[in-house]
Design a binder for this molecule. Structure first.
Ligand SMILES: Cc1cc2nc3c(=O)[nH]c(=O)nc-3n(C[C@H](O)[C@H](O)[C@H](O)COP(=O)(O)OP(=O)(O)OC[C@H]3O[C@@H](n4cnc5c(N)ncnc54)[C@H](O)[C@@H]3O)c2cc1C
Length: 379
């Protein structure tokens, strides 16, 4: 696999993997059990390039390329789905703030984020606006220098812990959608965690806005242009999800090889049985093909191409492949794979997340179909 990487990229992978294996992996089981997250460890990860990598140097970031960001997300996915999800959201919030934020917004939100002192959420989905995000109904009514916000958001990652967020709304009397920064201390809103199957160390929240006053100065970009602001992070989010799925498939492969070599039945290691070898080879093939598509998408973005097609295909294929790899890994492990003490039980749950957020598998197929056929099947 490494023939596709430069020496520098290979060194980045080794450095990050060794850090995650040594400092984060030992924490995973307890946090999964308690449904907590080690927020105090994120600043250390940012020193490796996470989150800061997506931000230009002028705004205090590391200005890394997309291939480097892809490697970082792949390694996060190999280590822990909840970590990859959390880093993805922080990366998307930072990318939007650095691209569209005012100097004052960057000082208040982006710079403390990059220092690991503030954490953000990204709020688009509502009960009647999932795949069809443009149907959202959360409304801001102008009142003096404020917008008075009413509405509900759903499945918002880590909104219980994060202290501010990016909220996509409609503004009364205007066309289009508007992106708004909501600071919890300034504009108190309510957050409720919804118990969920995958990425158990994150929260997946319903947010309630009942006459919440938000200063109009917190609009990101222009009123009515918020969908473009949100979509500016979409390729990044899809690539992050795709590469996290590659890392998860890689973890399934490593666990399956280790287990198949150690487990004996019929007087010899199950690794020697052809049907077990078939499963392991299938996991390896899914992992390698996913990695190639993910790296291709990252290289496309680094080459300055739009990358929509490449990122959609990577999100689609890598997400689906991670699910297949995790199912096969469970089978290689037999009954042991279904026990919570086995890491593949977690891989199986977390793999289910890879096909839903940042555009479901079906939505990626529709984007790809439109690119290939020139006709939208959505409306
Ligand atoms: C763990 C997790 C974390 C999340 N984090 C966030 C977050 O931080 N912020 C945020 O805003 N949202 C978040 N989401 C929400 C996520 O983006 C949505 O769940 C996703 O966009 C799908 O929307 P939905 O769940 O309403 O499904 P729906 O849109 O209702 O889709 C249901 C099914 O119908 C299919 N479908 C829908 N439309 C079409 C069509 N035109 N053609 C064919 N099939 C179609 C879908 O593919 C799916 O299979 C998160 C979700 C999860 C599960």
């Amino acid at each position: 696999m490494d023939v596709w990487l430069t020496d520098e990229e290979r060194l980045l992978r080794e450095t990050v993997r060794s850090y995650l294996d040594g400092k984060i992996a030992p924490l995973v089981a307890a946090h999964e059990r308690d449904r907590t997250f080690p927020w105090d460890r994120l600043a250390g990860l940012y020193d490796l390039g996470y989150v800061r990598g997506v931000v230009p140097a002028a705004d205090g970031g590391d200005e890394a390329g997309h291939l480097a960001l892809a490697i970082l997300m792949e390694e996060a996915g190999r280590c822990w789905g909840s970590l990859r999800t959390t880093l993805n959201v922080q990366t998307m919030v930072a990318a939007v703030l650095s691209r569209f934020g005012t100097a004052e917004q960057k000082d208040r939100f982006l710079r403390p984020m990059l220092a690991g002192r503030r954490f953000g959420w990204f709020g688009v989905t509502e009960s009647d606006a999932g795949s069809d995000a443009g149907a959202l109904r959360t409304l801001g009514r102008p009142d003096g220098t404020d917008l008075v916000v009413n509405g509900r958001k759903l499945y918002i990652t880590n909104a219980l812990h994060a202290d501010f967020g990016l909220l996509l709304i409609r503004v009364a009397g205007t066309d289009g959608l508007t992106m708004l920064i909501v600071d919890r201390a300034e504009s108190p809103y309510q957050a409720f965690d919804i118990a969920h199957m995958p990425v158990r160390a994150t929260t997946s929240c319903e947010l309630a806005f009942d006459d919440v006053r938000v200063p109009a100065a917190n609009v990101v970009g222009e009123v009515g242009r918020g969908l473009g602001v949100a979509m500016s992070a979409v390729n990044l989010g899809r690539l992050n999800m795709a590469m996290g799925a590659v890392g998860l498939a890689q973890a399934c492969l490593e666990a399956s090889i280790g287990f198949a070599r150690a487990r004996e039945q019929f007087g010899r290691p199950i690794a020697g049985f052809q049907l077990v070898q078939q499963m392991v080879v299938e996991i390896a093939t899914l992992t390698e093909t996913s990695r190639l598509l993910g790296y291709r998408a990252a290289r496309a973005l680094d080459a300055g191409l739009p990358g929509r097609y490449e990122c959609s295909m990577a999100k689609y294929y890598c997400g689906e492949s991670a699910g297949k790899a995790a199912t096969l890994a469970l089978q290689v492990h037999g009954g042991a794979g279904l026990m919570e003490e086995s890491p593949v039980e977690r891989y199986f749950r977390d793999a289910r997340e890879a096909t839903i957020p940042e555009g479901t598998t079906q939505l990626q197929i529709l984007h790809l179909g439109k690119e290939l056929l020139g006709v939208s099947a959505m409306r």
